[in-house]
Ligand binder design. Structure first.
Ligand SMILES: Nc1nc2c(c(=O)[nH]1)N[C@H]1C(S)=C(S)[C@@H](COP(=O)(O)OP(=O)(O)OC[C@H]3O[C@@H](n4cnc5c(=O)[nH]c(N)nc54)[C@H](O)[C@@H]3O)O[C@H]1N2
Ligand SMILES: Nc1nc2c(c(=O)[nH]1)N[C@H]1C(S)=C(S)[C@@H](COP(=O)(O)OP(=O)(O)OC[C@H]3O[C@@H](n4cnc5c(=O)[nH]c(N)nc54)[C@H](O)[C@@H]3O)O[C@H]1N2
Ligand code: SF4
Ligand SMILES: [Mo]
Length: 751
């Protein structure tokens, strides 16, 4: 028996574990207190890590390459060798490239489950820019708005000095059982700093707030403009910082004049007094803001809200300052931009980009602009996220109405039939492809309709190197404990082997992921062994970088065109986006005719928000883990007591939600939240049902993305953000009984 250091990977936190290994198999695991991010309370609060052994040995895991034997989705598979699988896939891809062009293949990814750069390196070297995923609705809006305003990304620096922390559209109590949530609890106990939570729901996080702002979905931009109004009217801003380091203050001050507390309060469904109180609380600097999905997924409002956030931080003097927000540093290790190889193939990728002229920021042109100012400081953001193909445009190319056809897709670590918007449309598009390859642990609904399913090695059977896209000088992770069980392989090795077969032989010098990581780490002076022992590479991040002298002895300033924080962005204005934040509309899922027809049948028209995170699940994952299902057997839709009354609903009732795109059913739960809004769970499918056509594991039962869409029409025009919040749907109590499994037999217990 041997003890090896390795990492859990059931969330992006990658806690360190000691694995007891016997004959190449893990027989026990224990938390490793010597490595970041060890915390007793985090581990005590985490239900997932004990399932590591179950998952390694899971009888439902895919252990060998599979090739479709019957019709797509028939559930018939042939076990084939890796050589056969990769030869056939490479042949098909190269043939399609000859027939069409190199953009013929798309890649689809999901949340941060693995290192995606090997896939994107394969795609760049193949010549395809068609990488889709979550860019526009997760992470990118913040990265874009930070870089537009500050020239680089920032992170909150919460210290004893911090006066006020705004927790905006995020619920770390459920989404992030981490040190951050633990430290929020400590701050709450200590009464310092003041915590403001902005959320339509009284979440577990909102319960510990000094002020809970029960925001009407999507009104966040107006609220932020109201805060700016009060702070400027009452002269609470940092005059020194504004005059020395901000560009566009006069325009901003003029722009926010109409957003007085009363006007804002009406738009947000709160009191005028609350607007003033939050503004005064936040103006006591240093203060900071942390944001999440609540404002990353509000369609048209996403960029304006984030722009207003950067202005709030800046005018109160919170940027590049301890206790406020720090500018991050670029990585000492090789940046992901270099690993992904986008720059090598820039010409062909930008020429074939579907986003060109459609989403001017989230595009190769937008990235080129960014790069110009970043290059000044040698900073490098990953291009593959910030140029990622818009799903609406990608689906059009698959449907045959794009500028050229996309006929193949590689799906890695995502389950788009459940987690991408507009399930019916995605299903039809994927079924229409010439080639669909899925890399996963399981036969998910998406894997079920693939031509090939490739078995990925998972936590503890592959190494981890989490570098957050290289936006910070910080990486963590460690070694695998065992060789992958059965014939599973690491994602890196799969894409390397595929690349070698597609004419990329000289572009993959490292035989293993570990070797590639070691090369990436080389500039830091740390070797792979040393990194694995420590579990991280981190450097102190000093404040006041903008004041440091540059080569000519002048203060370095900010890496923006003006060298200052851009409260008004001439670049955005040039793209037709407006230099200042203008609030937009909600994202419509129901046409007027549909609303009228349904209203005639007694349905009600409500605002829809989706996907509020819940432990212990993660998106569409872990629904196959019986202890979790026993704990949370049912997909819920939450409403306030008043909304429930208006609907005639009681907790535990079945409720049907409908939009132009489709219907989904949930179980009613009643919580404290904004009236007139319904919040539906996301990620629901039913691994216990046959995962075959036509039902595909129950994806048409309670899958909220049957209701949603990703159309560019109504999306934020610069980035292309569609919406998973601030949408609309028709609602009626009742509907077919939920049919899945034994779960419905179990009585849900509602507080
Ligand atoms: N309506 C609505 N839709 C949403 C959201 C919402 O809030 N509301 N949230 C959006 C957001 S922010 C995100 S990030 C996405 C998340 O969407 P996804 O990332 O698609 O969600 P998951 O269900 O986590 O899918 C992960 C899949 O990858 C597999 N997997 C896990 N790890 C690995 C690995 O290392 N290698 C391989 N090959 N496979 C692996 C799992 O078995 C699982 O099938 O959903 C988005 N969709
Ligand atoms: N358990 C669990 N943890 C997860 C995940 C998971 O699926 N399950 N997914 C991971 C992923 S991919 C991501 S991106 C992160 C997301 O992490 P978070 O951003 O923290 O996501 P949520 O916990 O859903 O919190 C978002 C909050 O925004 C609120 N909200 C909805 N609409 C609006 C609005 O218009 N305005 C405002 N101000 N708030 C609004 C919702 O009520 C919700 O409470 O979580 C990660 N962690
Ligand atoms: S699931 Fe996340 S928090 Fe829990 S042990 Fe694993 S990495 Fe740590
Ligand atoms: Mo996400």
């Amino acid at each position: 028996m041997e003890t090896r250091k390795t990492n859990c990977h059931f969330c992006g936190y990658l806690c360190g574990f000691d694995a007891q290994v016997e004959d190449g198999r893990i027989v026990g695991i224990a938390p490793d207190p010597t490595r970041y991010p060890y915390d007793e309370q985090v581990l005590a609060g985490c239900q997932r890590w004990p399932m590591n052994l179950d998952v390694l040995d899971g009888t439902d895991r895919v252990n060998y390459p599979l090739k479709r034997a019957g019709e797509r989705g028939s559930g018939q598979w042939e076990r084939i060798s890796w050589d056969q699988a990769l030869d056939e896939i490479a042949d098909a891809l190269c043939q399609l490239r000859t027939q069409h062009n190199s953009g013929v293949v798309a890649s689809l990814i999901g949340g941060p489950h693995t290192s995606f750069w090997p896939l994107h390196r394969f795609m760049s070297l193949f010549g395809s820019p068609n990488n889709a995923g979550i860019g526009q609705i997760c992470w990118n809006p913040r990265i874009w708005s930070d870089t537009l305003a500050f020239g680089w990304t920032i992170e909150p620096d919460i210290t004893d000095e911090t006066q006020c922390l705004i927790v905006w559209g995020t619920n770390p109590a459920e989404s992030d059982n981490s040190l951050f949530w633990r430290s929020l609890l400590r701050m709450h106990k200590a009464g310092h700093p003041k915590i403001v939570v902005i959320d339509p729901r009284l979440t577990k996080t909102a319960r510990i707030a000094d002020i809970w702002v029960p925001m009407k979905p999507g009104a966040d931009c107006i609220f932020a403009l109201g805060l700016l109004h009060v702070i400027i009217e009452e002269e609470l801003y940092d005059e020194d910082f504004v005059s020395r380091w901000c560009a566009g203050f006069e325009e901003l001050a003029c722009h926010v004049k109409p957003y007085d507390p009363q006007t804002v309060a009406e738009a947000c469904g709160i009191s005028a007094d609350m607007v003033t109180r939050v503004a005064r609380m936040f103006a006591r600097s240093p203060s900071t803001i942390i944001t999440g999905r609540g404002i990353d997924q509000i369609g048209e409002n996403v960029l304006p809200t984030h722009r207003a956030r950067t202005a709030l931080l800046a005018i109160c003097g919170n940027i590049d300052r301890p206790g406020g927000s720090l500018l991050l540093q670029t990585s000492d290790f090789t940046s992901e931009l270099d690993l992904e190889c986008t720059l090598k193939a820039w010409d062909v990728l930008s020429r074939l980009s579907l986003n060109a002229g459609q989403t001017p920021l989230q595009s190769y042109e937008g990235y080129a602009h960014l790069k110009e100012s970043m290059d000044r400081d040698g900073r490098r953001l990953p291009a593959r996220y910030l140029t990622s193909a818009h799903p609406d445009l990608l689906l059009k190319a698959m449907e045959g109405t794009g500028p050229y056809p996309v006929r193949a897709a590689i799906v890695e670590a995502t389950n788009p039939l459940v987690t991408y918007a507009d399930t019916h449309r995605v299903l039809k598009a994927l079924l229409g492809l010439d080639l669909l390859v899925v890399l996963d642990y399981y036969i998910t609904p998406t894997a079920a309709i693939a031509d090939y399913v490739l078995p990925s090695a998972g936590a503890m059977e592959r190494a981890t190197f989490q570098a957050h896209g290289g936006v910070a000088n910080f990486a963590y992770g460690g070694a695998k404990a065992v060789e992958p069980y059965h014939e599973r392989r690491s994602d890196y090795e799969i894409f390397r082997d595929l690349g070698m077969r597609c004419g990329q032989a000289d572009q993959w010098p490292d035989a293993t992921f570990e070797a590639a990581c070691e090369r990436a780490l080389a500039p830091t002076g740390l070797d792979w062994e040393g990194y694995c022992q420590m579990g991280m590479y981190a450097m102190p991040n000093p404040p006041f970088k903008h004041k440091q002298p540059d080569d000519a002895g002048n203060p370095a300033g900010f890496a923006t065109p003006s060298g200052k924080v851009e409260l008004a962005s001439s670049y955005l204005e040039g793209l037709g986006g407006g230099a200042l934040p203008y609030p937009g509309k909600g994202y419509a899922l129901c046409s007027q005719e549909f609303v009228e027809e349904k209203e005639g049948e007694g349905w009600q028209h409500l605002t829809l928000i989706t996907g509020g995170r819940r432990q212990p699940y993660n998106a569409s994952m872990y629904l196959n883990h019986p202890p979790f299902r026993a704990q949370r057997p049912l997909p819920l839709a939450e409403v306030s007591q008043a909304t429930a009354c208006a609907l005639g609903a009681r907790a535990g009732d079945v409720i049907t939600l409908a939009t132009d795109a489709g219907t989904a059913r949930f179980i009613v739960d009643i919580i404290t939240m904004v009236d007139g809004v319904i919040h539906a769970d996301y990620g629901w499918w039913h691994p216990e049902l046959p995962v075959q056509m036509p039902d595909l594991g129950g994806i048409f039962e309670s899958n909220v993305n049957v209701l949603t869409r990703c159309s560019l029409d109504g999306a934020e025009p610069m980035i292309g953000t569609w919406a998973y919040n601030d949408m609309d749907c028709m609602v009626k109590v009742g509907g077919e009984k939920l049919t899945f499994g034994a779960d419905i037999q179990r009585k849900a217990s509602f507080a």
